[in-house]
Design a protein around this ligand. Structure first.
Ligand SMILES: C[S@@+](CC[C@H](N)C(=O)[O-])C[C@H]1O[C@@H](n2cnc3c(N)ncnc32)[C@H](O)[C@@H]1O
Length: 436
């Protein structure tokens, strides 16, 4: 049965302050296979919740108040939403039309209904955007509108992370991130983000070149494919032969993969890892504790803003976002996608500020890709901005490696949506500069 009515006011959620600190369930760290400076940590007590029953989550230190997390839907917004407690495919299609037109909907009975409405929204989007000729523009517009629609689909989640509509994924991050909540409403895209991020955190990322798995915290950038740029970096480092006494900056550390590459290749090297995103800083600090690695300092910094006391560095490695930020996207601090694409001024700032952070003769390695260029998102590589700093930075060489075409999605719908984006190869690059 389809029921279109306002949700029960009993579901009111009080606004809450960010928790000052929080421990999640913990696990004894697994032993690294070959890292030096490993000190085993004592296992801590495990706190169980329904979402954690089957698998113990990795160790997390107390949560820092600066952590970014999805903001639950305000009760006033929930009160405005259609209440959906079931419905035939036709009725769910009608809901999709209303959501496309700007209405929000709260799903109370079956998670499947929300998924059906998302599926129907794909069809509605195709119908509405049929007139757009440019494939790349149509793809971007479709993604933008569907993302906005997903923000208008709500579901209730209990404090232990159980979704109220039956059949949905348990959200292991909810008891970790929202300690004091009784119940919350989340948007469909935040539910997906929380669920996917939890799976990666719980199961970890396995990189063939690292001795241990990495466990990226919520909202932290990571990639399992491509990895060719990491291979390019490792090969380049082997030729460069940095001294163990070097002080190296992993700028924009994300989940710390480059820091851990450095530590696994050069065990005595002093490394500073920095990121704009507080979740990345928290994630890498937690990972260092799990691995028992010493000699790495983690700093939250927008490029070099908070790194004055750390430098000068012998080597700076930066794997920046590869895709330009679309003009209509205005993420603000606290938005977990902040930092996944680059703002127009990022590379001008980078080349203006990097020389002062390097010792004379110091190296800057930028990992990049022609992905955006080959897809017409930019007319030329933004790294051409380096020409403005040519008096201080000499570009020695650009090393390249091809990334073969891969069908990266197992989902038929997603595969079709992404087809335009993946039909071409792209190339990863390592731009090697030296401070004059
Ligand atoms: C493509 S990810 C790379 C992450 C990681 N180094 C890797 O190779 O997987 C780019 C990272 O740079 C960070 N970032 C973006 N803009 C930044 C800025 N202005 N200052 C510091 N970090 C930034 C993002 O938060 C993100 O973690």
């Amino acid at each position: 049965m389809l029921c279109l009515k306002q949700p029960d006011k009993r579901h009111r959620v009080q606004p809450r302050a960010l928790p000052a600190s929080r421990s999640s369930g913990v696990q004894s760290p697994s032993k690294p296979r070959s890292l030096a400076k490993f000190k085993p940590r004592a296992p801590k007590a495990v706190r169980s919740s329904p979402a954690q029953k089957s698998k113990t989550p990795p160790f997390l230190p107390p949560l820092e108040p600066s952590i970014w997390k999805p903001v639950p839907v305000a009760q006033e917004e929930v009160d405005q939403a259609l209440l959906v407690d079931g419905g035939s495919p036709l009725e769910l299609r009608q809901i999709a039309e209303k959501v496309w037109a700007g209405q929000s909907a709260c799903f109370t009975r079956r998670w499947k209904d929300l998924l059906e409405v998302r599926k129907a929204l794909n069809v509605v989007a195709t119908e509405h955007l049929a007139s757009l000729q440019d494939a790349a523009e149509a793809h971007r517009e479709r993604r933008r509108l569907l993302r906005n629609c997903a923000r208008r689909l709500f579901a209730e989640v209990s404090s232990s992370g159980e979704l109220q509509p039956a059949g949905g994924p348990p959200l292991g991050y909810v008891p970790v991130l929202y300690e004091d909540a009784a119940k919350l409403y989340f948007r469909a895209n935040d539910i997906t983000a929380l669920n996917v991020a939890w799976q990666f955190f719980l199961n970890g990322l396995e990189y063939s070149f690292l001795p241990n798995k990495l466990h990226p915290f919520f909202g932290v950038y990571f990639t399992l494919s491509p990895v060719e740029h990491f291979q390019l970096l490792r090969d380049w480092l082997e030729k460069l032969k940095p001294a163990n006494s070097w002080h190296v900056l992993d700028l924009g550390t994300g989940c710390g993969v480059i820091t851990f590459i450095l530590r696994s290749m050069y065990s005595d090297m002093t490394v500073t890892a920095s990121d704009l995103c507080p979740n990345a800083v928290f994630s890498v600090r937690a990972e260092l504790q799990r691995w028992g690695v010493q000699g790495v300092k983690v700093v939250q910094s927008d490029l070099f803003a908070k790194l004055e006391e750390e430098g000068p560095f012998d080597l700076i490695i930066f794997n920046p976002p590869w895709v330009p930020r679309a003009p209509e996207v205005q993420p603000s601090a606290g938005d977990v996608v902040f930092g996944n694409d680059y703002p127009a001024d990022l590379f001008d700032r980078l080349f203006a500020e990097a020389p002062a952070a390097l010792r004379p003769g110091g190296h800057l390695a930028i990992l990049f890709s022609n992905y955006a260029e080959s897809r017409g998102l930019v007319s030329q590589s933004p790294l051409k901005a380096c020409e403005k700093a040519a008096d201080q930075l000499e570009l020695l060489e650009v090393h390249e490696r091809n990334v073969p075409v891969k069908d990266r999605s197992r989902h038929r719908q997603t595969r079709r949506d992404k087809a335009w984006a993946f039909k071409q190869d792209h190339r990863v690059e390592l731009w090697h500069f030296v401070r004059r």
